[in-house]
Design a protein around this ligand. Structure first.
Ligand SMILES: Nc1ncnc2c1ncn2[C@@H]1O[C@H](COP(=O)(O)OP(=O)(O)O)[C@@H](O)[C@H]1O
Ligand SMILES: [Mg+2]
Length: 287
């Protein structure tokens, strides 16, 4: 029976680029195996030239694998039925700068064959979802990079896709816009969308990905859930919610007696991102 939750499956997927004379030049993707399931936010990480974009292009059906198998939503990525269930946001969206966000989304909605009330509702929902309500009638040429990214994201979501492919969705965004984009992606995954992200921004990936694969020279050199990858086999972390000074002292004493070493104490739970967002919004909301 077909496994409906398996959204992307790559088996020994390989792409060799050939030169003008047909001689093998670069093994851009070299026998990778990937499985991405419904509702996951999967991160494809790796340095420049590691094969991320080539993998993405094969997933989009733009490049044909040299060998191996690739199925997306149970079909070949070149199948038109797959394309209609896929959304893609490239790293740079080329938006016609004299059009407003509203006009751009309506234009692409027309191309998708949406019309009337359905189109109106779809554009309305997306404008709200990506937080462009206040700016919808301004030409996108005036937009910041973060706002333009939101138009790109709304555009990728127009066909209400089941699978969303994103190339560097958070690059160039200020911390607040970045947090908003990440929260939106988490929300989409919670609603059952599957998301695959190629990125260099490791902190953002650690923050939102359920699983990641690290590519190097076209090969997967590590993969797993973020927790698995970060786990160190002989160190554990214990988090205590506001312990009393005496309580903490006796816990430390006990642990030291049990293990022979004094545990390290630090104040976790906060990230620079959360401190930044709190500080800025407190200032902005101040009378
Ligand atoms: N069309 C192409 N023809 C020849 N080589 C290519 C082509 N596209 C990518 N490559 C090579 O394949 C390797 C992987 O590239 P790419 O998938 O773009 O990596 P990444 O997106 O991780 O930076 C690189 O060595 C790159 O130079
Ligand atoms: Mg690339």
């Amino acid at each position: 029976m077909k496994d409906e939750t398996l959204i992307i499956e790559a088996r020994e997927l390989t792409k060799v680029f050939r030169d003008f004379w047909g001689r093998a030049k670069v093994r851009a993707v070299n026998g990778i195996n990937l499985e991405v399931r419904r509702g996951e936010i999967f991160g494809l990480l790796g340095p420049n030239g590691s094969g991320k974009s080539t993998t993405l292009k094969m997933l989009l059906g733009l490049l044909y694998p040299t060998s191996g198998q690739l199925t997306v939503l149970g079909l070949s990525p070149r199948d038109v039925a797959v394309k209609s269930r896929m959304g893609f946001m490239p790293e740079e969206s080329y938006l016609y700068k004299y059009l407003t966000a509203d006009e751009i989304l309506n234009f692409y909605a027309n191309l998708l064959g949406l019309s009337g009330q359905a189109k109106k509702e779809r554009v309305e929902t997306l404008i709200q979802q990506v937080g462009l309500t206040g700016a919808r009638n301004r030409p996108v040429g005036e937009f910041s990079k973060g706002m333009a990214r939101r138009v790109g994201l709304a555009q990728a979501l127009l066909n209400d896709p089941d699978l969303i492919l994103l190339d560097e969705p958070t690059s160039g965004l200020d911390p607040i816009a970045c947090r908003e984009v990440k929260d939106l992606l988490i929300e989409l995954a919670r609603k059952g969308k599957t998301i695959l992200i190629c990125s260099h921004h490791l902190a953002d990936m650690q923050d939102i990905c359920t699983r990641v694969a690290i590519l190097l020279n076209g090969e997967v050199c590590a993969s797993g859930t973020v927790t698995e990858l970060l786990a160190s086999p002989d160190t554990i972390k214990l988090t205590l919610q506001s312990p009393s000074r005496e309580g903490l002292a006796s816990i430390l004493e006990y642990v030291e007696k049990e293990t022979g070493t004094r545990p390290q104490v630090d104040h976790t739970g906060r990230t620079l991102e959360s401190v930044f967002i709190e500080t800025v919004s407190r200032r902005r909301n101040a009378p």
